[in-house]
Ligand binder design. Sequence first.
Ligand code: ZN
Length: 368
Amino acid sequence: MAASTPHPEADTDSVQAGPISLGIDIGGTKIEGVAMDGDKHMLASFRIPTREGNQAVYDDTVTLIRHLLDQLGPNQGTATVGLGIPGRVDANRGIVDDAVNLGIRHMALGPAVARATGLPVRVENDVNIAALGAASQADDTLVAPGTTPHSEAARDQSRRPASEPGRDGPRALPDQDDHVVAFINLGTGLAAGIIREGRIEHGASGAIGEIGHISVDDHQFPCKCGQCGCLETVASGSAAEALWPGIAHPMPDLIAQASQGNQHAQEVQDIIGHGIALAVQIVALTIDPAVIILGGGMSKIGQPLLDLVTEHLNRSAACSHFIASLSLPDRLRLAPADLPIAAIGAALAGRMAADSRPSDFIGKEIAS
Ligand SMILES: [Zn+2]
């Protein structure tokens, strides 16, 4: 077990309001857990490095849950557990398939953890829980675009809290008819999570939001899914690594080189900026959400990423009254880099487990 890394927001001394929600984000490099009370206050957090394989992921998840409960002390009352994990997830049955980076081909994770802990467990795809966590954040914790891309105004605004008005904004989030939020995960891959009225949308086969494998890009780079020209090949962390190779975190270097006049860097930056803007347009035109949040590892670039995407959205708007009428930059936000939004989202998703029937947890093999 690794050393405890309490989150700055964590407050183990606070009075616990209502049932406890435990959220565990099982990622490729770390497993991060949070405990929240009924008012969404974070009570405790803990993280450990990820180990691969069914048994290791199961063991570490149960250990982390028990550690969080220990941190809270006695008299915790009722608790629910939400787990977020990459791969294909059957949320109703708690089954995970093809979590390749975790060395899991098939695993009945939800039933196994429910049996070990005696707690109701809900399992969701990692992008979906990050979407739920990001969508739960108030307007003032999400970063809004600068008013003028690549301008001093944009850079000034990045240093102000998003709730504080800038020269021309940031603009308030638009009114929502049915509270639809889209979360575009710019991680190793590209996928979107859709939250409608506080609940994760799953679609018929669980493929909702898999926009990374829409083959639309005219560069026609080969994709690991077998197609060419997938959006993921130009709008993801792996795309940045492929197009600007040789650097561990290519985007900050790419943006810096481009701003210093490096022509090749500008070309690559344009490819990536156009690709992410295309992802935003696809989500906007298919789901029409009031808010589109950029998250995932690439979002840690911060304001320069928002500026880049806004610039490319404005380019599309300049040649299309229709696109201009959608006011996409107004809907764009960046997920906060300093909050474990995926683990928070897992905790919120876990509350749904309290409504699950016991029969949902029949079939209790860890491995298969
Ligand atoms: Zn693909």
